[in-house]
Ligand binder design. Structure first.
Ligand SMILES: C[S@@+](CC[C@H](N)C(=O)[O-])C[C@H]1O[C@@H](n2cnc3c(N)ncnc32)[C@H](O)[C@@H]1O
Length: 277
C-alpha cells in the first residue's frame, strides 16, 4: 500500500501540480481507499493505474481526499469578534480611505458556509450604518466538487444551526427540508478553485494581487505537516495588507518564531494581524 501511496502523490504533483506530500497520511490513505472501493477495484495499485488513464477521476479523488466539514458561523465567538471588532474597524478605515474596496478571502472555504457567513455580517453592518463601501469576497478551495455545492448555496437545517433566527428569515428561503441562501448574499461571493500550496501564484489569480484586509483560513492547516503549514502561512502573510487580519481555526496556532510577521490579538482566539517590514 505504502509504495502506491507515494506513487500516487508523485503522480498528483507531476501531472496535476497538487502537492499532497505534507498532507495527513491517514486522511490521504482513507481518500484513496474510498475511491478504490467506489470504482470496485481491489487495491491502491489498481487505483493508480485507473487514475493515470481517467482524467475525469481527478476531481472525485480530490473530493475524497479533503475533509469538508463546516457550518455557518462555526465557532460563533470568532464571528462575534469579527462582527463587533474587526469589521467596524476595517470599514471605518475604508470610509476614511475614499472609496477603496474592502477585500476578504476565505481560503479553504468548503461548501461556502464560511464566506457566506462573512457576507451576511458585512451586508448587515453596511445596511445598519448606511456605509456605501464596496466589498469583494473571494472564496477558494482545492476541491472543485465542493465548490459546485457552494455555488448552489443550499443547506440543511444542521448547517445553519448557528444562524440567528432573524437572519435565517431574512436571507434564506425554505426548499423542502433545506434552506436556500438568497442571491443578495450568494452574489457577494466569488468562488474559484485554488490550491494554497500552488507555487505559481502568491494569491488566488481571480483576486489579481491579494491585498486582503481579512483572510480566514480555518481548519485547513491542521491537515498538513509543519513545512507545508509554513508555506501556506507565508502565502497568507504575503496576501494580506500591513495590519490585515488572519483568522485561523481553533486548533491552529502560529509558532512563536513567526510572531514578528503575525501579532496575536488576544490569548483566547486564533486571530492575528499581519506585520510587514
Ligand atoms: C475542514 S474544511 C474547513 C472549512 C471552513 N474553513 C471551516 O473552518 O469551517 C477544510 C477545507 O480546506 C480545503 N483544503 C485542504 N487543502 C487545501 C489546499 N491545499 N488548498 C485549498 N484548500 C484546501 C478542503 O478541501 C476543505 O474544503
Amino acid at each position: 500500500m505504502t509504495d502506491h501511496i507515494k506513487e500516487i502523490q508523485d503522480f498528483l504533483k507531476e501531472v496535476y501540480n497538487y502537492d499532497f506530500s505534507g498532507y495527513s497520511s491517514s486522511v490521504f490513505k482513507n481518500g484513496i481507499r474510498k475511491r478504490t472501493e467506489a470504482i470496485g477495484l481491489s487495491d491502491a495499485g489498481q487505483y493508480f493505474e485507473y487514475l493515470s488513464q481517467h482524467h475525469d477521476e481527478i476531481d472525485k479523488l480530490i473530493d475524497a481526499l479533503t475533509i469538508n466539514v463546516s457550518s455557518f458561523f462555526r465557532n460563533p465567538l470568532i464571528f462575534n469578534y469579527i462582527e463587533n471588532i474587526i469589521l467596524p474597524q476595517l470599514i471605518k478605515n475604508k470610509v476614511g480611505a475614499g472609496g477603496k474596496a474592502l477585500r476578504i478571502w476565505s481560503a479553504g472555504c468548503s461548501a461556502g458556509e464560511e464566506p457566506y457567513s462573512i457576507a451576511i455580517l458585512v451586508r448587515e453592518f453596511l445596511e445598519k450604518n448606511n456605509h456605501p463601501v464596496q466589498t469583494n469576497i473571494f472564496a477558494t478551495d482545492i476541491d472543485a466538487e465542493i465548490l459546485s455545492r457552494a455555488k448552489a448555496a443550499v443547506y440543511s437545517s444542521e448547517d445553519i444551526n448557528n444562524v440567528r433566527y432573524g437572519l435565517v428569515k431574512k436571507y434564506f428561503t425554505k426548499k423542502g427540508s433545506d434552506f436556500k441562501l438568497k442571491t443578495n448574499i450568494s452574489e457577494m461571493v466569488d468562488f474559484s478553485v485554488y490550491d494554497l500550496l500552488d507555487k505559481r501564484s502568491k494569491a488566488p489569480p481571480v483576486s489579481i494581487f491579494g491585498d486582503f484586509d481579512l483572510v480566514l483560513c480555518r481548519n485547513v492547516l491542521i491537515y498538513y505537516r509543519k513545512e507545508h503549514q509554513d508555506l501556506i502561512l507565508e502565502k497568507l502573510n504575503h496576501s494580506l495588507i500591513n495590519g490585515g487580519y488572519l483568522v485561523l481555526g481553533e486548533a491552529e496556532t502560529i509558532p512563536q518564531k513567526d510572531r514578528k510577521r503575525f501579532r496575536r490579538l488576544n490569548d483566547h482566539s486564533q486571530i492575528y494581524q499581519a506585520r510587514k517590514s
